[in-house]
Design a protein around this ligand. Structure first.
Ligand code: ADA
Length: 580
């Protein structure tokens, strides 16, 4: 067991809401690190100096760094009780990380919102220095992070874990539930790292032996799978929003003489999502979605919400009557996804993009990387029913459609089990609808155009075009992926003018009633759950009052605006009458 300060450390499970390992020694590296702003090219030589900073956290929480954009070293000492090969796992670093081990560069990861791992060959016992050079600046190196209508924070913003790994160890386990006439089966895929010849992969479901896979000679890394099989799952309970039953899937890596030297446990849910005409079927039953877009943003924690704050958000979403959340506009912390799995909250997760510029030199490569990493790390979450990408990007030009084709193809090739969509905003100029399984569009009737009373007419006109032969979206489910209005918390006025809580409630009441009760619309996703901070530099949103995107139904502190009760009443009414 890894120790620090001479005391055995209990395994802490900070990356997930459950422990993924029982054999593999692991320990959290969360806690106080040292923060060195304005970092030079070489890492500090010790874990002294600088300022104390929590990991995970945003450096914007530190006085004087509330709006600091730069490059900083974050450093801590690690003690190894014995010589061992190591695996470091970072839940997320915002937004670019260069990882140094004992002064040597060992990894680089770009983009804040996907996990990454670092494998270190045999390390001697004793003290080591782990240093990350973290960059949250904008420029030619950042194709997805730019001065945007949400804030790019800085720091090691999600948990960090260190593990001891044998020369051959388990890297990834994907399990896709398949609903058949005879019951449920599992499509299993496993990836190992290292020379695996003669080893076995023993798969157990809730401790019950399911199958044994042969990993073959193994691999030296990369994304290739070493073993795959479809097997009957035996007696299982379905996962659904009302009964989010989770099963524990364990893979034991056994040596030729039968010794289990490594393990990996994940939780899975037996559910099937299918497109059927204009609608969605979850386990063969019609599904209508009502929920919110949610940024990872909080008045105190920035984007580094602790698990309790995530759970609080989910409790509020449930209280509001939501059954659905869209991770606008990037992959979320796995603990939030775990909580969605556990509570039955349906998720549209999307790779990182909000109005990215496709001509940015790094946009294409980084968009594909964010998409691939999301698919690789988050595959098993049963709550994720829809994969999304490329929010409000170019779906008009040939180059823009080609960009969408590449990203959507990446999703479909990796995971044909879930429908794919993007939230568009080019209306009848959109030329990429043929690529998706679900047509989604952001409609701000009553805010950026028209009045709430025009909500139905606007969406019917758009739906008429969607169902015409030339759109590419005819006959597909339609989701209103964003709709809403801003409200400055506390601003009430009899004329119910823009930015009053009164007017926001009017717009949301109309949206929930019109979109939620529309026979041709399979779901409505309000913009947005909570106010979020926006970037101060650059574009039109600098004029947003208090530098907030204030279309939240609650404030950044989770105080309720007038619209809270309005939406709550509307969503619960829809829940009682799901099919219009
Ligand atoms: C767009 C965008 C959101 C947000 C919203 C708004 O639909 O997808 O991220 O910026 O507009 O508040 O205007």
């Amino acid at each position: 067991m890894l120790e620090s300060g001479g005391q055995p450390h209990p395994p802490t499970i900070m990356l997930r809401t459950f422990d993924e390992h029982f054999i593999r020694p692991r320990r959290s590296l969360d806690g106080l690190w040292r923060f060195h702003p304005d970092a030079g090219e070489t890492p500090p030589e010790d874990a002294e100096g600088g300022l104390p900073i929590s990991v995970p956290s945003c450096w914007e929480m530190l006085p004087g760094f509330e709006s600091w954009r730069g490059r900083a070293w974050l450093v801590r000492e690690v003690r190894l009780p014995r010589a061992t090969a190591l695996r470091l796992v970072f839940g997320g670093v915002s937004h670019t990380a260069e990882v140094f081990w004992n002064g040597q560069p060992v990894a680089r990861h770009e983009d804040a919102y996907t996990p990454f791992e670092v494998l270190l060959p045999l390390q001697p016992a004793g003290r080591a220095l782990l240093a990350l050079r973290v960059d949250n600046t904008f420029g030619p190196h950042a194709g997805l992070h730019w001065s945007n209508d949400y804030y790019t924070y800085g720091g090691i913003t999600r948990p960090v874990v260190i593990q001891e790994v044998p020369a051959v160890h388990l890297a990834r386990l994907h399990a896709t539930p398949v609903r058949t006439d005879g019951g449920w089966e599992l499509d299993l895929k496993a990836r190992v790292h290292g020379p695996a010849a003669g080893h076995r992969l023993r798969i157990l479901l809730d401790g019950r032996d399911l199958t044994v896979l042969d990993p073959g000679p193994g691999a030296g890394g990369g994304d290739a799978w070493n073993a795959a099989a479809r097997v009957p799952a035996g007696p299982v309970r379905e996962w659904s929003p009302d009964s989010p039953h989770l099963h524990s899937l364990t893979c034991l890596l056994e040596t030729p003489d039968g010794q289990a030297i490594d393990d990996l446990t994940d939780r899975i849910g037996f559910r099937e999502i299918r497109v059927s005409g204009f609608g969605l079927l979850l386990n063969g039953r019609p599904l209508r979605l009502r929920g919110y877009n949610r940024h990872e943003d909080h008045a105190i924690f920035g984007c580094a919400l602790p698990e309790a704050a995530m759970a609080h958000d989910l409790a509020l979403l449930r209280d509001l009557g939501a059954n659905f959340v869209r991770t606008a506009h990037y992959p979320n912390d796995r603990r939030f996804l775990d909580l969605c799995d556990e509570t039955g909250m349906i998720v549209w997760e999307e790779s990182h993009a909000r109005q990215i510029k496709f001509d940015h030199p790094r946009a294409f490569e980084q968009s594909l990387a964010s998409t691939r990493e999301m698919l690789d790390w988050h595959h098993n979450h049963p709550s994720i029913l829809i994969w999304g990408c490329l929010n409000e990007c170019d779906t008009v030009s040939d180059a823009g459609v080609a960009f969408h084709e590449a990203v959507i193809r990446t999703i479909k090739e990796a995971d044909p089990s879930r429908p794919v969509t993007y939230a568009g905003h080019h209306r009848k100029k959109d030329r990429a609808l043929r690529l998706v399984d679900i047509v989604s569009h952001n409609l701000y009737t009553g805010w950026y155009e028209g009045t709430p009373a025009e909500t139905r007419a606007v969406v019917d006109d758009f739906l008429a075009w969607i169902d015409s032969p030339e759109s590419g979206g005819a006959g597909k489910p339609f989701l209103v992926s964003e709709c809403g209005a801003g409200a400055i918390a506390g601003f009430r006025a009899p004329p119910r003018v823009h930015l009053t809580e009164d007017y926001q409630a009017d717009v949301l009441a109309e949206a929930v009633r019109t979109y939620g009760g529309h026979p041709r619309i399979t779901g409505v996703c309000l913009w947005q759950f909570a106010d979020c901070r926006v970037c101060e530099e650059g574009r039109w949103w600098v004029h947003r009052p208090r530098n907030l995107n204030d279309k939240g139904t609650v404030t950044r502190e989770r105080a309720r605006k007038l619209a809270y009760e309005t939406v709550r009443e509307g969503f619960h009414l829809l829940a009682r009458n799901p099919t219009p």
